[in-house]
Design a protein around this ligand. Sequence first.
Ligand code: SF4
Length: 350
Amino acid sequence: MANPGDLFFINARGVKASGVVTENGFKVFAGSYVMPTHKPYLAKSIIQHRDQCRADGTIVNDHLTRDIEFGSSSTAAYFLFGANASGPATWKNADGITMAQLDKKAEGIIPETDREYRSFYNVVGGNEGSKCHYPARLDTYGRGCGHDCNYCYAKSILSGHGYWNPIEPSVADPSRIETLVKKLPRGAIVRLGGMTDCFQPCELTYRVTLKTIEILNKYDIGYLIVTKSHHVADDEYVATMRKDLAHIQITVTTFDDALCATYEKASPPSKRIQAIEKLQGLGFDVFFRLSPYIDGYIDFNLLNRVKCDKILVEFLRVDSKIKNGLISIILITRCGRMVSCICHLTTKKK
Ligand code: SF4
């Protein structure tokens, strides 16, 4: 909960500002940026306040020259943006947590580990989304994955924003997941684990993936599970997953347990293979997912012996951070050409 004296910041939609909660409302500090224009619908009183501040020198070159106290954080946000803006949803503390989330945490609504984790559901758009049978992804855990693979694409992106925390990932709230899932059309398929692994080690503590599977079953929504964990084949999950809804892809990058441990902290490949064969034997729709395919890391004789009807191959996506992480184990330049900052194989090489 926000208390008098707590500092908050805005860095959004072009506005950079800072301020403090006061006994009477919210004080915005000198130096904060004020949008030069305002929306026509903005309350007349706020428009007049902005005009007055420009006239008396309180706003110079679109920046406050002195502190201004407002009746609430929202009035302060309206003033700065020149548009409607929720103060509790916009002002964030130094840890990036909004006032609204602090209030919810105080009420016990959001787990302590949530830390600004709001994007648990996303629909992939554009060219990729239009070709995909499961364009929606639902991450039961976010902003970190205990498997911490050296080549992880999400890790390379989120680390750049300071959001990657493999020790204590964010945890989605099952009640919010159900609110969302009940709106999906029957027959839809969502991918569990788009940016993180839905069976990463913290699943054994929080069980959000298990609860999510129960929710998806309840609303007849299909689910594609992509994981590097053998726990998907644990009896508890096997008993919960519906064969008409579950599509499971277990990722393997090598058959060598010791080699794998040098670049993935996920289940040993030998256990993943056992999980694949167990699910295949039970009649689940299961794939051996060779992702990413790393040249020289797969023994094709062993691959041919795996008792699984389906295999899917995905190639390595490489940006400069992944390249640095992998440089000791693979010569990336064999993989293809740079497109933007991502290195893709050419179609011919695939
Ligand atoms: S399992 Fe997937 S999400 Fe987790 S670190 Fe490895 S590549 Fe990233």
